[in-house]
Design a protein around this ligand. Structure first.
Ligand code: HAM
Length: 427
């Protein structure tokens, strides 16, 4: 036997037993967004590397060490998208979606980051994201936070914590950076290698360091919120007041800077303490400068994205995933004639009863084997067609979930019978 080819590290598949959970989460989210005025956009997985350098930032973990970048056959540097925001902005600019109009967009799909893998952290993972363009006021941040908290409610998720911060304007951050650099320079011998390098290029990133030896130094660093002007703090306080009004609980985390450079004003993360080190389930904020930075006309932008793997892990932990849907019917057929009649009957049922779930036995097998498959499929009823049934124009119905119960009716009466059966079950 040839050697098996293994999966690429950190890129797990979604196996058939799990796909119903994914479909469940995706459909809840899709429904919520579509009914709130968001339209789906589908972007390519590959972009020019320059896009991510210019948007996420050259001096970030993602761009410095996590991107899948390669030269294509024409020698162009391409990168598998590590996130959706940059590609969404690029696509919107390219296709004139931002000309004098507001846009509410959402997307879902795989993202790629060459991270150290562990439970909840993968190299191919999936996000559902939202980006809104052309909204200057904090009402849009509120809308996004309301949408996410509604999603938690609809999914039955408990114990989610919302952490919020504001990064102010780029001018305010520039002023603050000087203060921060001063502070870190005074304690340079406590900085790790990465941070010394970032001191000159992107000092805010030092606050994002995960090195526990730097925690105290970072904990005592000057706080951006204390250095913002009245307008920025006013916006932030307005958002907090609106959240209070809607009874959405939050904590202000003045150390939250996010790992991507494009943010200004509001940033936030929804976290959980039930997934070990991978606490962030959803994150986002305002990124007003990005459209212009990527060649569009200056405009405002706000969005967020959530990790579907983490969301599903959490739902599993909290026992909040629904039971998989069972088929209604498994069609058992013995002999060629029965097979012909069976396919016709299955099609008649599908035509007559919307959303009915019918599995047809394929691949033959004797009565015992077919009933075994019917049972394993989870179906409620087995419809049985043998020579007798074909000759008499009847069909046998075996109740798979009720011991020994079996009846025989005219094929003509089957649709009515099944319709009644389903409506009794669903009330
Ligand atoms: P992010 O914080 O990098 O933000 O990612 C958002 C979410 O994606 C995280 O909270 C996490 O749930 C999930 N995630 C990130 N990396 C991994 C991984 N390696 N394995 C599993 N899940 C992961 C963004 O990507 C921004 N584009 C969000 C945004 C949209 N901001 C504005 N608009």
């Amino acid at each position: 036997m040839a050697n098996k080819i293994r999966q690429v590290k950190g890129m797990p598949p979604v196996l058939p037993e799990s796909t119903p959970n994914w479909q469940y989460v995706e459909s809840k989210f899709r429904h919520l967004l579509q009914s709130s005025g968001y339209a789906e956009i589908r972007m390519p997985l590959l972009e020019h590397t320059e896009l991510f350098k210019r948007s996420i930032g050259e001096v970030t973990d993602i761009v410095e060490k996590e991107m899948y970048t390669f030269d294509d056959l024409n020698g162009k540097s391409l990168t598998l998208r590590p996130e959706g925001t940059a590609g969404c902005v690029r696509t919107a600019i390219d296709n004139g979606l931002l000309h004098n109009q507001k846009q509410r967009l959402w997307y879902a799909g795989p993202m790629f980051r060459h991270e150290n893998t562990q439970a909840g952290r993968y190299r191919q993972f999936h996000q559902i994201g939202v980006e809104a363009f052309g909204f200057a006021d904090t009402d849009i941040e509120l809308e996004h936070l309301v949408l996410v908290s509604r999603l938690w409610k609809e999914l039955g998720l408990a114990n989610m914590t919302l952490e919020l911060n504001t990064l102010g304007t780029s001018e305010e951050r520039l002023q603050y950076k000087k203060i921060l650099v001063d502070y870190f320079q005074q304690q340079q011998d406590l900085l790790d290698e990465d941070s010394i390098r970032r001191l000159g290029s992107n000092p805010l990133r030092i606050l994002d360091s995960k090195n526990p030896q730097m925690a105290e130094l970072i904990g005592n660093a000057p706080v951006l919120l204390d250095h913002l002007g009245e307008e920025s703090t006013g916006k932030f306080n307005r958002l907090l007041a609106l959240l209070d009004k809607l009874q959405i609980a939050y904590t202000v985390n003045t150390r939250l800077v996010r790992g991507l450079d494009y943010y200004c004003h509001t940033v936030y993360e929804w976290t959980t303490n039930e997934l070990g080190a991978q606490s962030a389930v959803c994150a986002g904020g305002r990124f007003d400068g990005l459209v212009e930075q990527l060649g569009g006309r200056a405009g405002t932008a706000v969005g967020f994205a959530m990790g579907i793997e983490r969301l599903i892990m959490l739902l599993e932990k909290q026992n909040s995933l629904p039971e998989p849907e069972r088929p209604d019917i498994y069609l058992v057929m013995l002999g060629d004639q029965a097979q012909e009649t069976g396919f016709v009957i299955a099609e008649t049922l599908r035509d007559a009863i919307a959303n009915i779930r019918v599995i047809i036995n394929c691949g033959g097998g004797n009565m015992k084997a077919q009933i075994k498959r019917a049972d394993k499929s989870g179906a409620e009823l087995a419809l049985f067609l043998g020579e007798d049934e074909v000759n008499s124009g009847q069909i046998s119905i075996k109740y798979l979930r009720e011991e020994g119960k079996q009846i025989k009716i005219d094929q003509q009466k089957l649709v009515e019978f099944i319709r009644k059966h389903i409506s009794q079950r669903t009330g």
